[in-house]
Design a protein around this ligand. Structure first.
Ligand code: ADP
Length: 657
């Protein structure tokens, strides 16, 4: 076994690898950029070497800097983590050339899977079923469009070099093809320096089911079952689980053996993931193979009881696989939720800033947190804004899901916008509880997830009223205790008591909606849940529990109500927050964040209709389109393609009709 390894990565995955290395008695070397000088991974490793400025193109992606660091440190092997250089064949080659073991597959396997189009040809030869599509070398827009027209819409454009959902566009009609192709190509070029495209039949409501495979240097290979990663936004995974809901032993075995066929077709070694789309009839199609450890590997670890990083290290050191297929079993059910600094209500735009508060649920055999940050750390513009991965396990799916919502309700994140509420709402969706998932789930259930349905607001309103009144009472009690006449009835503030007098209407903000809860419906029953006033526990000015299954947690701006129907943020509406409705909506014509203007899509003064795309911006390698808020025209663009803009800057002057 290696004595010393270097980890060519940062954040949670670097910390994750360091943990296993420590357990195995292997010395670790971290690498860090300027921004990561005091990062957790830098501190956790036995040694840390500086590799350059904050942008990853000047540090974590510079092959030579990493190789030099490894040579200097005396490491025998390099673990690339995921992302960065993990699937970079040149990096793998450089490791070999410098007598460093690359903890991953051989160069040829990376090359074979590096291009989605080349991979498809190999898979077809190995009789692994493919999504119908065009993956040829001819790349003119006319040829690509012809392929799309022939297979019929909708189609999905995909960057051959793609990953992370970038460079991908669904096209629903021939008329949209050209614009979508241009956008996908631009994004692909910016992200991967390569804009070769694939055109695939866009399957309707498939599930994303992937198989974890492992191969050693002695021709042994196993699959460690499947993960269902169907809950996605912008084609990126949000919540993953293992095993896949509704999976049968027979289908698992068919998918598992197809995955092994895929891996052996390219003489694979190490950890790999074969991704499939599974349709409702049980037919599955190869999408791609990721030649590295996946972000979501922990759910597999939880149900199999295996440490996949340990397996990687053993295989890379030449040892045989720790288990045979027959020795591997599934125990219980696991979920992983990706906790991000982002704003789900605004198209999941990344949020940056200081993590002023970061309190996590308590870790146990049921709850695991893989994170690379601590309270006070910075979520910077330079890297992926993932804060942590929350992984839960229990004996069956229902219990595991309960663990997930419970753990999410114990998370406190302040200083940046996080997706906790979104995840909580997603995990609370009835259809998700039933395991009725597909890759369009978030879109289909967005009304429910974002609480846009009146019934959800109606459900939350009496609870919110209770929370607010209880808080008032607590405050009054506190004041009373501090006053010279603590028993004076003037301190009671208990207008919410049954039969109480002096009840008044309450103005409440729930999410972004402002509502008035009339005094008589500040009742104690919501959705059959009896909210008994006695069960409201007020500790100092924190409200603990309102009723079974309902939890109220105060934050700086109000309260978070955790309910079986999701998480509602509520607050007493400030008196001066009158709705000012008489101006025209100008829509979001400001830059949503720091970024670059990529394209202006309309001519100035040309008439545009509500919803038309006006301008494309790129931020953190994702494109963001600004649409016309109503019918009108753009009288002036304030920026040109290539210009850098600050978040919040006005992008254009829009004149409504
Ligand atoms: P990336 O490498 O960018 O992650 P993938 O090829 O793995 O891209 O696809 C990401 C996601 O996009 C899939 O999980 C699935 O939800 C969706 N997707 C990909 N191909 C298709 C397709 N042909 N039809 C429907 N959905 C697809």
């Amino acid at each position: 076994m290696f004595k010393k390894i270097l980890i060519a990565n940062r954040g949670e995955i670097a910390c994750r690898i360091i943990k296993t290395a420590k357990k195995m008695g292997i010395e670790t070397v971290a690498v860090f950029s300027d921004a990561d000088r005091n990062a957790l991974h830098t501190k956790m490793a036995d040694n840390a070497i500086y590799i350059g400025p904050s942008p990853s193109t000047e540090s974590y992606l510079v092959i030579d800097n990493i190789i030099q660091a490894a040579l200097k440190s005396g490491a025998q092997a390099i673990h690339p983590g995921y992302g960065f250089l993990s699937e970079n064949a040149e990096f793998c080659r450089q490791c070999e050339a410098n007598n460093l073991v690359f903890i991953g597959p051989p160069v040829d396997a990376i090359l074979a899977m590096g291009s989605k189009s080349a991979a498809k040809n190999i898979m077809a030869a190995a009789e692994v079923p493919l999504v119908p599509g065009y993956h040829g070398d001819e790349q003119t827009p006319a040829v690509l469009k012809q392929a799309a027209d022939k297979m019929g819409y909708p189609v999905l454009l995909k960057a051959a070099a793609g990953g992370g959902g970038k460079g991908m566009r669904a096209v629903y009609a021939a008329a949209e093809f050209d614009q979508a192709l241009a956008a996908a190509k631009r994004e692909a070029k910016a992200s991967f320096g390569n804009d070769v495209m694939l055109v695939e039949k866009y399957l309707q409501q498939p599930r994303h089911v992937e198989i974890q495979v492992f191969c050693d240097q002695h021709n042994n290979s196993v699959y460690l079952f499947e993960r269902d990663c169907s809950l996605q936004r912008r084609h990126q995974k949000v919540i993953e689980e293992a095993p896949a809901p509704g999976m049968t032993d027979e289908l698992r075995q068919r998918m598992g053996t197809a995955a092994i066929r895929a891996a052996t077709a390219i003489d694979y070694q190490g950890a790999g993931t074969v991704e499939f789309l599974l349709d409702s009839s049980g037919e599955f199609f190869f999408m791609e193979m990721n030649t590295r450890l996946q972000v979501e590997h922990p759910v597999t670890e939880m149900i199999s009881g295996q440490d996949l990083v340990e397996w990687q290290l053993r295989v890379a050191a030449g040892e045989p696989l720790p288990c045979t297929q027959e020795q591997l079993t599934i125990r219980g059910h696991a979920f992983e939720a990706r906790i991000y600094a982002e704003d789900p209500a605004h198209d999941f735009l990344p949020s940056t800033g200081t993590l002023k508060t970061l309190q996590t649920p308590t870790e146990s055999e049921h709850v695991r947190i893989d994170s690379g940050v601590i309270e006070g750390d910075e979520v910077s513009v330079f890297y992926d804004p993932m804060i942590a991965k929350l992984i839960v396990w229990d004996s069956d799916r229902e219990r595991a899901l309960q663990r997930l919502t419970q753990a999410l309700s114990d998370y406190r994140i302040g200083g940046v916008t996080s997706n906790i509420a979104f995840l909580y709402n997603l995990a609370s969706c009835e259809a998700f509880r039933r395991g009725d998932v597909n890759t369009g789930f978030i879109e289909q259930h967005q009304e429910e997830i974002f609480h846009r349905r009146q019934q959800d607001i109606d459900y939350a309103a009496p609870l919110a009223a209770q929370a607010i009144l209880a808080a008032r009472q607590a405050r009054a009690k506190q004041l009373a205790e501090q006053s010279s006449e603590p028993d004076s009835p003037w301190h009671l503030a208990n207008s919410w008591q049954a039969g109480g007098i002096n009840r008044a209407d309450l103005k409440i903000t729930i999410g972004e909606q402002q509502i008035v809860v009339p005094s008589q419906s500040q009742a104690l029953v919501a959705d059959g849940t009896k909210v008994v006033t006695d069960s409201i526990k007020v500790v100092a000015d924190k409200i603990k529990i309102v009723a079974d299954n309902i939890k109220v947690v105060a934050d700086a701006n109000g309260f978070n109500l955790f309910t079986p129907r999701g998480l509602f943020h509520c607050a007493e509406t400030a008196p001066d927050l009158g709705l000012d409705d008489d101006h025209h909506s100008t829509g979001n014509l400001t830059a949503p964040m720091n970024g670059t203007v990529v394209a202006l899509l309309v001519d100035t003064d040309a008439p545009v209709s509500k919803g038309d795309a006006l301008l494309v911006m790129e931020a953190m390698k994702m494109e963001h389109t600004i649409h016309a808020p109503e019918d009108g025209r753009v009288s002036e663009f304030f920026y040109q393609p290539g210009d850098l803009v600050d978040g919040g800057a006005e992008l254009l002057l829009f004149q409504p009709l």
